[in-house]
Design a protein around this ligand. Structure first.
Ligand code: NOJ
Length: 555
């Protein structure tokens, strides 16, 4: 059993724009975060993942960076950052930065130079190609609708942008690009940060020749499979590890859309040559339909359980899992898998927090914050939603009503409504006008009330986190083996964790109905209840599991 602090941690993701505004401009900022460290300490997390805070024109809310070594004006200054880092460390909380280096902003000086002429020094920092008979160089589509290529008149060539046209892809095959990125990473590490979450890091190596992608039904464009898990990605990460990561004591997690189990074993291998762990997205794609994400389709519990369990089994002893339901790109899990009720939030949290891996909590998840009814596209702020609406509604492929329903079920803005601190105006997020609408349910769901209420979702999360981090079961929760039970049940999510002869039974009703449950007699020797969202949960042979019942026993 190889112990590491990052395996024993619970991470809290902050999307700074929506967390807490200290100066009344309607946009969250670093001082706002610093003012909430006591809250985070109370929750019990020990690592913050900070979504990007660097200088950015905000075409994609900071995921388009124009200066990696400075702070976005709206968020504050480098001094504010240093103060936040120092204060976080004093609170016993580490800070992991978002590293967005598959692409920069088109306003980054490297790109400004690169586009200025064909023989500029920085030309080869990005991916430029000639057109193909007056069309883009290949058929790739951008993740944010439209082609992945933008024509640039000045030099009569196209540049690649897998995301918005203001996010040109860096050319990682150029060693000078890698050196610049590694230099910048060391600069942050020397400032004292504790790790990196690496944005779409599985996309940094493109297949040579940039061959066309497969065109899915219903699409004009080819997919981006030739940008994902490319031929040199592991080589580049090993180089990064040698030159930067291995020199510090860091937590690293790679965002790896499209990663297979085989690939994940390389990215997050326990031999420590690349990263500590990856975010994989298979489970959060299971409620998409044949046309993609803009659908109200719900999860099938069996599929979900089997998928999560597959990752538990397959990485065992080889690589490390990250565990998450929510992040800034996902709708709220309590709406998506639950029924918006606190009971469902607790049951959903239980199944995740007892699995093997490092859990991530996304701001507001610990309150049971829900999806938001935006009503009209004018209320949405996310470039992905806005572009998709224009594309799909504009072309008549979807009606405005269906598209809005899809956005309200799956859109990224659901995660980005302001953090609900209290029941005062704007949920206590800002004294100004918030950059995005506040979810109107803040009077019922907010941190101030939940801190006071023993039965709140917040206090349940607090308990889950403390069980994992500081209890007599910590070692078992972090390092124990996992075994799924009741595989065929479409109502119950249950499993065993086991370490050195000690066992936990996790049993959750994932429906809003009473469910009859027959417990296997070999698990009936309940010793101690660790947590439950109902009072007096007893483990018996024939049980009636109340709606969204959850409990964990040592057996
Ligand atoms: C993944 C990030 O999580 C998402 O928010 C962003 O839009 C894209 N990468 C592009 O950076």
């Amino acid at each position: 059993m190889d112990r590491n602090w990052w395996k024993e941690s619970v991470v809290y993701q902050i999307y700074p724009r929506s967390f807490c505004d200290s100066n009344g401009d309607g946009i969250g900022d670093l001082r706002g975060i610093a003012g909430k460290l006591d809250y985070l300490k109370e929750l019990g997390i020990n690592v913050i993942w900070l979504s990007p805070v660097y200088k950015s024109p905000n075409d994609d809310n900071g995921y388009d960076i124009s200066d990696y070594q400075d702070i976005m004006d709206e968020f504050g200054t480098l001094q504010d950052f240093d103060d936040l880092l120092k204060s976080a460390h004093e609170h016993g909380i580490k800070i992991v930065m978002d590293l967005v280096v598959n692409h920069t902003s088109d306003e980054h000086p490297w790109f400004v130079e690169s586009r200025s002429s064909k023989d500029n020094d920085k030309r080869d920092f990005y991916i430029w190609r000639e057109g193909r008979n007056g069309n883009p160089p290949n058929n790739w589509g951008s993740c944010f609708s439209g082609p992945a290529w933008e024509y640039d008149e000045k030099t009569d060539m196209y540049y690649l942008h897998c995301f918005s046209k203001k996010q040109p892809d860096l050319n990682w095959d150029n060693p000078k690009v890698r050196d610049e990125v590694f230099r910048m990473m060391r600069w942050w590490c020397d400032r004292g940060i504790d790790g990196f979450r690496m944005d779409v890091i599985s996309m940094i190596s493109k297949v040579p020749g940039l061959p066309d992608g497969k065109v899915p039904d219903n699409s004009k464009y080819g997919g981006l499979e030739n940008t994902t898990n490319g031929p040199h990605v592991h080589e580049y990460l090993q180089e990064m590890n040698k030159k930067v990561l291995s020199k510090y004591d860091l937590m690293t997690v790679g965002e790896c859309a499209g990663v297979t189990i085989e690939e994940a074993k390389k990215y997050a291998s326990l031999d420590g040559k690349e990263l500590n762990m990856v975010f994989q997205f298979e489970h959060v794609g299971l409620d998409y339909d044949e046309n993609g994400k803009w659908t109200t389709k719900r999860f099938d519990l069996r599929e979900l359980k089997n998928n999560l369990s597959k990752w538990q089994y397959e990485l065992e002893g080889k690589a490390w899992n990250s565990l998450f339901w929510d992040n800034h790109d996902q709708p709220r899990i309590v709406s998506r898998l639950g029924d918006n009720s606190p009971l469902s939030a607790k049951s959903i949290a239980t199944v995740l927090h007892f699995m093997k891996g490092t859990p991530y909590v996304y701001q507001g998840e610990e309150l049971g914050m829900t999806n938001c009814s935006f009503g009209r596209i004018e209320n949405c702020r996310d470039i992905e939603e806005i572009n998709a609406y224009k594309d799909l509604v504009g072309s008549g492929k979807m009606s405005p009503e269906d598209m809005m329903a899809g956005i309200e079920a799956k859109g990224r803005d659901n995660a980005r409504t302001p953090m609900q601190w209290d029941s005062t105006d704007n949920a206590g997020f800002t004294t100004g006008k918030p950059w995005i609408m506040v979810n109107p349910n803040y009077k019922e769901i907010n941190a101030e009330d939940e801190l006071k209420n023993e039965d709140s979702v917040f206090n349940y999360y607090k308990k889950l986190i403390s069980l994992r981090r500081n209890s007599k079961w910590s070692e078992l929760i972090v390092y124990g083996d996992y075994k799924l039970l009741d595989e065929e049940s479409s109502h119950v999510f249950s499993y065993i964790r086991e370490l050195n002869g000690r066992r936990l039974l996790v049993l959750c009703n994932m429906t809003d109905r009473d469910i009859n449950y027959k417990c296997d007699s070999k698990y009936l020797s309940s010793k101690e209840l660790l947590i439950s969202n109902y009072k007096d949960a007893a483990l018996t042979e024939d049980m009636n599991l109340k709606p969204w019942f959850s409990a964990v026993w040592e057996i």
